[in-house]
Design a protein around this ligand. Structure first.
Ligand code: DQA
Length: 145
């Protein structure tokens, strides 16, 4: 099964971006980890990151057309983008929402809303980078260890 791991704005700076919140793993390292975790689960994983909302919407539309599963960290778009909401609505294969931190436990009120959650089979938040492994396990149909 093909799975797209799609990461939104500022996640390209993982490792350098607020490491006390997001950890020290870089996006390139995360991508390698996801491909390896996917291989172990029998999934064909492709990891992408963009800071451009239209690019993300094109990728989500492509996943809808191709019937690909999606692991989505929409980052800040999670909290306000109705274009992302509409794009998620069109997906047919499972969508798992992932966040490195737990937005609901963070002080900023705006992080407590998600436009992705209504279309996600599950939300994985607050498990750091390991959340991506858990999300891939959910896509593969298992219960994450
Ligand atoms: C995030 C949480 C969001 O609130 C934030 O805007 C991000 C990253 C996370 O992975 O914890 O950019 O999605």
């Amino acid at each position: 099964m093909k799975v797209l791991v799609l990461n939104g704005p500022n996640l390209g700076r993982l490792g350098r971006r607020q490491p006390e919140i997001y950890g020290s793993t870089t996006h390139a390292e995360l991508a390698d980890l996801c491909v390896g975790w996917g291989r172990d689960l029998g999934l064909d994983v492709e990891v992408r990151q963009t800071n451009h909302e239209g690019v993300m919407i094109d990728w989500l539309n492509g996943a809808a057309d191709d019937g690909d599963a999606v692991v989505l960290n929409a980052a800040a778009w999670t909290h306000y983008s109705y274009a992302i909401f509409d794009a998620c609505a069109q997906l047919t294969a499972p969508l798992v929402e992932v966040h490195i931190s737990d937005p609901h436990q963070r002080p900023e009120e705006f992080r407590h809303t998600s436009v992705v959650t209504p279309y996600a089979v599950e939300v994985v938040a607050g498990h750091g980078i390991d959340g991506y492994r858990r999300a891939l396990a959910i896509v593969a149909g298992g219960t994450p260890a």
